[in-house]
Design a protein around this ligand. Structure first.
Ligand code: ADP
Ligand code: MG
Length: 382
C-alpha cells in the first residue's frame, strides 16, 4: 500500500482531532457511531461532519452505514496517526520510498530532522490471515472490535522492546529509535539482504557468525524463530545484522529445541543450496550446528553476564512489553501460522520480498535531500 504523506501536510487540526476520535471510539466499537465521534472530538458547529467527509475523501476512515451511521479507521488512517506522533516528537521529518514489503509489514525509508535516513516499519498483523483467525479470537474477547489495531500495536511494541534490549546487549541489530502505535522507527542497515547475496568472500566466516549469533541468543534465553535469508543482512565487510523480531520466543517455550533447530537448518539449507557451501564438510569450522541443550544448560548453570544476569528480561520490561502482551501475540502467531499454512506463506513472502528488493535502492533520499531538502524522490517533507 502506498503511504501518501502529502495528505498529512494538508490535514487540519480539526481533521486530526476527528481521526483521533475515531481511533478512541474503536476501543469499544468495531464501527464507531458518528454521534460518538462528534462527542469525543468536541468540535463546534457541525465541524465533525465536515471533517469526517474530508477524512473519507483521503481514505483515512471507512464509512459503514449497514447498522447505523458509523466509521472506522483504515490502515492508512492508523499510519497517519502514528506518523503524526513521530513527526510531533521530532523523530521523523520526511517519508521516502517503500523498501520492503513483508507478509505482515511495510517498511519505508524516512528521514530524521537531522538528516539521518531511518527505516520505518509499519506492522500489519492480520493483513493476510486475520479473517481466518477471527473465529478463534477468544483471547481478544474484549478487544475484538479493534483487534488488528491492537495486534499490530503489540507486534510493534515487542519488536521495539527486543531490538532495544538486544542492542543494549551488543547484538548486531538495527538501533531502536522510537515506536508509536504499530510503527517502529530504527536505523537503516546499509547492507544487502542475504537472500540477494550470490557469493560470499568468506562463507565460512559468515556461517560461523550466524551460528554464533543463534548460540548467543539462546544463551540469553531467546530463539529468533524466523532466522533466515530474508531477515539477515550482510554488509561490505561481510558482517551480519539481524532484523524482524515479533515472533521471537523464550528458550523455555514448549517447542524450543525444535524451533532452534529449524533456525539452524534454515541457514544450513541456504548455504548449501544457494552458496554451495557445506558446513559439515568444512574442517576449519569450529561448530557446524550449535548444541541447544548444552547452551541452555550452561546458561542456567550460571552463565550470567552483566548486571542483569543472563536474560534480557530487565531490559525488555523497561520497554513496557509485558507477559500479557506476549501471550496475546504468541497465540495469534500460533493460530495464524496454523491457518495460513507455512509453505504457502513463505512462498508468497519470498515473491513479495524479491519484488520489493528490486525496487529498493539506497541513498536516493539522502541525495535528494542534499539538493535542497525539498521534494525527495517519491517522498515529501512535512
Ligand atoms: P516482515 O516482518 O514483514 O518480514 P522485516 O522486518 O523482515 O518485516 O522487514 C521487511 C524487509 O524490509 C526486510 O526484508 C528488509 O529488506 C527491509 N528492512 C527492514 N528493516 C530494515 C532496516 N532496519 N534496514 C534496512 N532494511 C530493512
Ligand atoms: Mg522479515
Amino acid at each position: 500500500m502506498k503511504l501518501d504523506v502529502n495528505a498529512l501536510r494538508y490535514l487540519s487540526r480539526e481533521e486530526f482531532r476527528t481521526l483521533q476520535a475515531v481511533e478512541l471510539g474503536q476501543k469499544n466499537h468495531e464501527i464507531v457511531p458518528a454521534s460518538l465521534i462528534d462527542s469525543i472530538a468536541g468540535l463546534r458547529h457541525g465541524g465533525t461532519v465536515r471533517c469526517l467527509k474530508a477524512l473519507l475523501r483521503q481514505k483515512l476512515v471507512h464509512h459503514d452505514s449497514s447498522k447505523y451511521d458509523g466509521y472506522r479507521l483504515t490502515p492508512l488512517g492508523y499510519d497517519f496517526l502514528a506518523l503524526k506522533a513521530l513527526v510531533n516528537r521530532g523523530a521523523v521529518a520526511a517519508v521516502g520510498r517503500q523498501i520492503g514489503v513483508g507478509k505482515e509489514s511495510d517498511v519505508y525509508e524516512v528521514l530524521s530532522p537531522q538528516g539521518e535516513v531511518l527505516a520505518l516499519k509499519l506492522h500489519r498483523l492480520g493483513r493476510t490471515s486475520f479473517r481466518a483467525v477471527k473465529s478463534k479470537r477468544d483471547y481478544l474477547r474484549h478487544r475484538s472490535s479493534f483487534s488488528w489495531l491492537y495486534l499490530s500495536r503489540l507486534a510493534a511494541l515487542k519488536e521495539y522492546a527486543f531490538m532495544a534490549a538486544l542492542g543494549a546487549h551488543g547484538f548486531p541489530v538495527p538501533r531502536a529509535v522510537e515506536h508509536n502505535r504499530h510503527a517502529v522507527l530504527m536505523s537503516m542497515v546499509d547492507a544487502t539482504l542475504l537472500v540477494q547475496v550470490r557469493e560470499l568472500r568468506h562463507p565460512s566466516d559468515v556461517y560461523a557468525q550466524l551460528m554464533d549469533l543463534l548460540a548467543r541468543l539462546a544463551a540469553k534465553g531467546l530463539i529468533h524463530c524466523d532466522f533466515n535469508e530474508f531477515n539477515l543482512l550482510v554488509d561490505e565487510e561481510e558482517r551480519v545484522t539481524l532484523i524482524d523480531f515479533p515472533q521471537m520466543v523464550s528458550t523455555r517455550h514448549a517447542n524450543a529445541a525444535e524451533l532452534f533447530e529449524r533456525d539452524v537448518e534454515c541457514i544450513g539449507r541456504f548455504f548449501r543450496k544457494k552458496l554451495g557451501y557445506m558446513p559439515e564438510l568444512d574442517a576449519g569450522l569450529a561448530c557446524a550446528a550449535p548444541d541447544f541443550q548444552a547452551i541452555v544448560a550452561a546458561a542456567e548453570a550460571g552463565g550470567a553476564e552483566g548486571p542483569d544476569g543472563g536474560s534480557l528480561d530487565v531490559a525488555l520490561s523497561a520497554s513496557g512489553f509485558n507477559r500479557e502482551h506476549a501471550e496475546a501475540l504468541d497465540r495469534w502467531v500460533a493460530d495464524a501460522a496454523q491457518q495460513a499454512g507455512d509453505s504457502e506463506g513463505d512462498e508468497a513472502r519470498a515473491k513479495a520480498r524479491s519484488e520489493a528488493s528490486q525496487r529498493a535502492s539506497r541513498g536516493s533520499l539522502k541525495a535528494a535531500v542534499k539538493k535542497g531538502r525539498r521534494q525527495a524522490a517519491g517522498g515529501a517533507d512535512f
